[in-house]
Design a protein around this ligand. Structure first.
Ligand SMILES: Cc1ncc(C[n+]2csc(CCOP(=O)(O)OP(=O)(O)O)c2C)c(N)n1
Ligand SMILES: [Mg+2]
Length: 646
């Protein structure tokens, strides 16, 4: 075993400080690939063209191949130590050192490259992956140009409180930049491009600095509130041999315990909750694990309190009699105590600003309602991006991670409850069950209304998809706000991994790549993934279909193809109606039907099995069965369905 491999194994097994041993010339050779490179070597001509140099003399010097023990091998070791299995990449020469190290030094496993056709896709894939895998992946971006492309997806992940390691190449030393492109692909302060929506970033100037900053960044990213972080990997650091390997100390990777609510705060919360006549629990980005979902179920059951799932995460089983999400407005209006768990917009639980001409603030809750808010929002925030929502002072604000605080909250409630309160809670069970049954039946009834309609209704589409996945181990990897939440209203979604929430920052273009990232994590867990995919979203980054095929992901994509950015049609119609001018012109600039897009042909062109467009709802079930056969054999498939707007 080479010294380097031993270092890595020690660090992985013990997590303790390790000193990088210097491999000599022979050791450098023993770090040669265990696996053949996954990509063909570029020709000198290609390399020169990529760097836009006028002469082949400027192509990478052959001696680059003989630099043993390059810094980028060490950078890849750090990814291994952090347990990062995948790095999403669109190639770019500012990180060619790391790219080559992943391919040849790591053999393209742990980490493996996920090949992307756009950096925004790379970051959004990492976003979707983290929400299923429960750990971050990395994306590697090409300095100024790559980071700007990735920025939209980093923003979504930041709004969504999702961890991600963004690594960006750069060439700090001006004297080492070749004339031309390398100057454009360097920034003095690269992190400034995304600093408004990353938790932390650094631009290390030595490998020791890199190691420490990498560990600091990783630790901050995975500590609630979880957020993307950026490390700039200087090209010189990547490409030069490590000068004094003995002197480099890899700091240990230590998990930080998340902030937990104090027993006093939880006792105060429990007293309010147990006294309530009409308590309501509202969960948003609260639940990350099945254990937390199970604890939330126990908490709700011990109170027989209805739960409103705002679906930032999959917080509460859809088939549980206390899931009263559809009754949100009525419940919040009647509540005397609201328990808000990682709710992004706590103000909106008691107030509203309607989309009317004067936008008056309105009250939607009782004037004396007591609000308990457990949230990491009290611990972290940035100024520029206005994700904080309107200021609200709850009765009892608790600065803590809801998931980590749930066991304590359950315990506090069970301890505080008097027998009279227990009896009052027990008496709520039957009415809650009846209300739940009424709600589910009403949803089924509503779903049948446009059952045979063509184009296909979103309810029918959702039900047909449910029919083909319900007996599999599956995960829904799309947003359901575009579907009037039909999956939540009709399906039994009982595991936290079966739904991943939304974009975070409502940036369109997240859906398709996040589905691919989530499908990657589901595949590793032996599950299939299903994505009900809107058309406007797919057109932002259609290249992710290729990535899904390239990496053989078991992902069923069902197009919700309403041939429109339909939400925007509605906005223009609303404007025109308000101004008393031609609402029928609301489709100008908001539809995707001239020419119509053939998504099946698009998918096939990238090697994906596909059918459609389907407009007769009776054809949908059999097509889905055929598509599922593909997916179950480990390949992605797409069905294009012409749908009604929502
Ligand atoms: C990056 C970005 N650009 C534009 C918008 C505005 N926008 C919100 S919804 C939407 C339409 C999305 O179309 P589609 O995905 O087909 O969903 P549909 O509205 O048709 O249900 C657009 C363009 C946005 N949210 N994000
Ligand atoms: Mg659409």
């Amino acid at each position: 075993m080479s010294d380097r491999r031993r270092f890595l194994k020690d660090a992985l097994v013990t997590g303790t400080a390790a000193v990088l041993a210097k491999p000599g010339a022979s050791a450098a050779q023993s770090a040669a690939p265990e696996h053949k490179p996954a990509v063909a070597r570029p020709s000198a001509a290609l390399a020169a063209a990529e760097t836009q140099t006028p002469s082949l003399d400027e192509a990478p010097a052959p001696d680059a191949a003989h630099i043993g023990n390059p810094g980028s091998d060490f950078m890849v070791d750090l990814l291994k130590v952090a347990g990062i299995d995948y790095v999403a990449v669109m190639p770019g020469s500012s990180f060619r050192g790391i790219h080559e190290s992943i391919v040849n030094y790591a053999g393209n496993v742990h980490p493996q490259m996920i090949v992307c056709t756009h950096e925004e896709a790379a970051a959004a894939i990492a976003h979707g992956y983290a929400k299923v895998a429960g750990k971050p992946m990395a994306c590697l971006v090409h300095s100024t140009v790559g980071l700007q492309h990735a920025s939209m997806a980093i923003f979504n992940a930041w709004c969504d409180r999702v961890p991600m390691m963004v690594l960006a190449g750069n060439i700090a030393d001006a004297a080492k930049r070749r004339p031309g492109v390398e100057w454009y692909h360097t920034a003095l302060d690269l992190g400034a491009l995304v600093r408004d929506y990353t938790k932390w970033d650094d631009n290390p100037v030595s490998l020791q600095h890199y190691a420490e900053s990498f560990m600091r960044a990783y630790t901050m990213s995975v500590t609630p509130p979880m957020e993307p972080v950026l490390i700039v990997a200087d090209a010189e650091l990547q490409e030069q041999p490590i000068a004094e390997p003995h002197d480099i100390v890899v700091p240990p990777l230590r998990e930080v315990s998340p902030p937990v609510a104090s027993p006093e705060a939880l006792a105060a919360a429990a007293a309010l909750i147990c006294n309530a006549q009409a308590p309501v629990i509202v969960a948003d980005r609260a639940v990350r694990s099945q254990a937390a979902m199970d604890t939330l179920v126990k908490l709700a059951e011990s109170l027989n309190a209805p739960v409103v799932d705002l679906l930032g995460r999959m917080n509460f089983p859809t088939n549980h009699y206390l899931n009263h999400t559809s009754l949100q407005a009525k419940l919040l209006a009647q509540a005397d105590v609201i328990v808000a768990l990682e709710v992004g917009d706590v103000w909106a639980l008691t107030g509203n600003v309607p989309d009317t001409i004067h936008r008056p603030s309105q009250r939607r809750a009782k004037s004396d309602v007591k609000v308990i808010s457990i949230s990491t929002a009290y611990l972290y925030g940035k100024s520029n991006m206005q994700d904080a929502e309107r200021y609200f002072a709850p009765t009892l604000p608790i600065a803590a991670d809801a998931e980590a605080s749930l066991p304590g909250l359950l315990h506090a409630v069970q301890t505080a409850q008097t027998s009279a309160q227990r009896n009052a809670a027990a008496a709520r069970a039957q009415p809650m069950r009846e209300e739940f049954d009424k709600m589910r039946n009403a949803a089924r009834e509503a779903a049948t209304r446009a059952w045979d309609g063509s184009p296909v209704s979103t309810a029918r589409l959702s039900q047909e998809v449910w029919n083909v996945i319900r007996h599999e181990d599956w995960g829904l990897v799309s947003q359901t706000n575009f579907l009037s939440y039909w999956p939540q209203r009709l399906w039994d979604i009982t595991k936290t991994y079966q739904f991943i929430g939304g974009q975070g920052g409502y940036g369109v273009g997240y859906g398709a790549p996040a589905a691919v990232g989530a499908a990657l994590a589901h595949r590793d867990a032996g599950r299939i993934a299903v994505n009900i995919q809107t058309d406007g979203d797919l057109m932002v980054l259609p290249g992710v279909l290729w990535t899904a095929v390239h990496h053989k992901l078991p992902l069923l994509t069902v197009m919700h193809n309403n041939r429109a950015w339909h939400q925007e049609s509605m906005h223009i119609q609303r404007m025109a109606s308000r101004r008393d001018r031609h609402p029928e012109n609301g489709t100008v600039g908001t539809v995707l039907n001239d020419p119509p897009i053939d998504y099946a042909a698009m998918a096939k062109s990238m090697g994906m099995w596909a059918e459609g467009p389907i407009s007769n709802p009776a054809d949908l079930g059999p097509a889905l069965v055929r598509a599922m056969a593909q997916v179950k054999s480990g390949k992605p498939a797409l069905i294009d369905v012409l749908t009604q707007p929502r």
